[in-house]
Design a protein around this ligand. Structure first.
Ligand code: Z5A
Length: 226
């Protein structure tokens, strides 16, 4: 990387999370960012939630099958928390301490939006779970991909084809509108960490917005010094 250097110097890697509603394009953009960072010489670990470690992938299967929903919102939140605990300990923290960039498709903001704002799980319960599962770990940057609900659902339906919708895809339009509002609020409440990205355009233009945000927030220009 010729003209930029990492803010805060070398050492621990950087932790970047992608968030947003259904069909916003997170999985597409996270792969594009990983390729871009690798081409710039960074070591990248691409992971996701729920899941990302063998134990957490088992929990993923449980929650996306809808079994967690039968237990009620708080118990379902505990399943996400258990998955996160395993993922953070076994994948995220080791990778960061080895200097890798960790790009994670969803993280605790999804819990805040889905289980908190929409599932009505109380903030003190979410805070307690967050303390246990991630402690002081916070993303260096959270990119919240934002699209109108109708656009996101259309993309998700096209990708799914004839397959059945999962636990959250099956929720109604009111749920998805509430979700979008919840992510807007998360971005407004923590502007130092979060960037809201208009993800309505095609993958390439959106990837430029993502890269601009990463450069601006996590790299600093050193052209004048070199
Ligand atoms: N969940 C939770 O409740 N609590 C938690 O704590 C956590 C998660 C961590 C995981 O689902 C579910 O778990 C999730 C929240 C809940 N709810 N749902 N549903 P998942 O991992 O199976 O899927 P997802 O995270 O929801 O992803 P997604 O919304 O289905 O898709 P996406 O990653 O945002 O989009 P994509 O796969 O990149 O793209 C979708 C399609 O659109 C695909 O065909 C692309 O080729 C196309 N695409 C992508 N970008 C574009 C652009 N820019 N233009 C046009 N078409 C595009």
């Amino acid at each position: 990387m010729a003209d930029v250097a990492l803010k805060r110097g070398p050492g621990r890697g950087r932790f970047v999370t992608f968030e947003g509603g259904e069909g916003a394009g997170k999985s597409t953009q996270i792969k594009m960012l990983a390729a871009r960072l690798e081409s710039e010489g960074m070591r990248v670990v691409l992971t996701r939630e729920p899941g990302g470690s063998p134990g957490a992938e088992i929990m993923r299967h449980l929650v996306l099958s809808g079994m967690g929903k039968l237990l009620g919102a708080e118990a379902e939140t505990l399943l996400f928390a258990a998955a996160r605990d395993d993922h953070v300990r076994n994948v995220i923290l080791p990778a960061l301490s080895q200097g890798s960039w960790v790009l994670c498709d969803r993280f605790f903001d999804s819990t805040r939006a889905y289980q908190g704002s929409l599932g009505k799980v109380a903030p003190d319960v979410l805070n307690a779970m967050q303390r246990v599962t991630i402690g002081d770990l916070k993303p260096d940057l959270t990119l919240i991909l934002d699209v109108p609900v109708e656009v996101g659902l259309k993309r998700a339906a096209a990708r799914r084809g004839a397959g059945a919708p999962d636990r959250f895809e099956a929720e109604d339009i009111k749920f998805h509108k509430g979700l979008r509002d919840a992510f807007h609020k998360i971005a407004d409440d923590d502007p130092k960490r979060c960037v809201l990205i208009d993800a309505t355009a095609g993958p390439d233009p959106v990837s430029l917005l993502v890269w601009d945000a990463v450069r601006e927030r996590l790299f600093t220009a050193v052209a004048a010094a070199s």
